[in-house]
Design a protein around this ligand. Structure first.
Ligand SMILES: N=C(N)NCCCC(=O)O
Ligand SMILES: [Zn+2]
Ligand SMILES: [Zn+2]
Length: 310
């Protein structure tokens, strides 16, 4: 029987250290099927800094999560041993070194990972670690931004470039790459052409509105099939009204309800790892963004649990 969260009906949920969802720490359990790990790194950002404080904010906001997920009909912490692995400590002054550190720390954890960022740079080393175990993976990328740009100021590893690097490195299955929630001004039309050339399909934020959730989910599921799937959620996929606490906000985004419904539509896919990135609490209000991110992480864990359902 897995060790679950602290019981909030006997110990007030606002008391004690904040682990994700009040789960045990990794060193308190023998083995974890799923580990929640923080990566407090934001040296790859192109605008507002502050996502280094994301993991701590999401853990704090996750105190109110409860153990049963009615939408997916699963108690994820009963079905799987889930534990909080703490933070990967990486060099804030050397992005290349930080990328290596994150890759090796992720690879050394013997659990499926749900990672809390940190800026989007961290998706690259996380994907490297996943691909080392599963081979090239399908990618479902929720974001306002393509994040397939080439370089910023000549830098290869930034929060706007992880998925171009990942395609170049051959760690993504280029038959099954999708962005969801794309919107906002670009540098030029070429951005879209190059993104398409890399193999990505785009579901814009407007598509979610106009085509509707069921059609979007069906199209995404068809593209994913039964391939091993990595889900990367940049919280700025949400409208700034739903996620003000982020570094590169863009108007016209998804509601948190739409995002959670799309995630729930992924039940039964072969999810192998996920991240939630770009929570920058200094720009947040009333924990709007970190609450949304904690629910996204909870849904991702629940998807992993549903997958294991007999
Ligand atoms: N990955 C995030 N959040 N943002 C990328 C923005 C890149 C830019 O400044 O154009
Ligand atoms: Zn973004
Ligand atoms: Zn991003």
């Amino acid at each position: 029987m897995p060790r679950g969260p602290v019981d909030s009906s006997s110990t007030p949920r606002f008391a004690g250290f904040a682990t994700f969802a009040r789960l045990p720490r990794l060193d308190e359990v023998e083995h974890a099927d799923v580990a929640v790990v923080g990566v407090p790194f934001d040296s790859g950002v192109s605008y507002r800094p502050g996502a280094r404080f994301g993991p701590a904010a999401v853990r704090e906001a996750s105190r109110l999560l409860r153990p049963y997920h009615p939408g997916l009909d699963v108690s994820p912490f009963e079905r799987l041993q889930v534990a909080d692995a703490g933070d990967i400590a990486c060099n804030p002054f050397n992005i290349g070194e930080a990328v290596e550190t994150i890759q090796h720390a992720a690879a050394s954890l013997d659990s499926r990972l749900v990672t809390i960022g940190g800026d989007h740079t961290i998706a690259l080393p996380l994907l490297r670690a996943v691909a080392a175990k599963h081979g090239p993976v399908a990618l479902l990328h929720f974001d306002a931004h393509l994040d397939t740009w080439d370089t910023y100021f000549g830098a290869e590893y930034t929060h706007g470039t992880p998925f171009r690097r990942a395609v170049e490195e051959g760690i993504l299955d280029t038959e099954a790459l999708s962005h969801v929630g794309i919107r906002g001004p670009l540098y030029g039309k070429r951005d879209l052409d190059e993104d398409r050339r890399l193999g990505f399909g785009v579901v814009t934020a407007a598509d979610v509105l106009r085509r509707g959730l069921d059609e979007v989910v069906d199209a995404l599921r068809q593209r994913i099939g039964d391939r091993p799937l990595y889900v990367s959620v940049d919280i700025d996929v949400l409208d700034p009204a739903h996620a003000p606490g982020t570094g590169t906000p863009e108007a016209g985004g998804l509601t948190s309800r739409e995002l959670l419904e799309i995630l729930r539509g992924l039940a039964g896919t072969n999810l192998v790892g996920a991240d939630v990135v770009e929570v920058a609490p200094a720009y947040d209000h009333a924990e709007i963004t970190s609450v949304a991110a904690s629910h996204v992480a909870y849904d991702l864990i629940s998807l992993l649990a549903v997958k294991e359902k007999p």
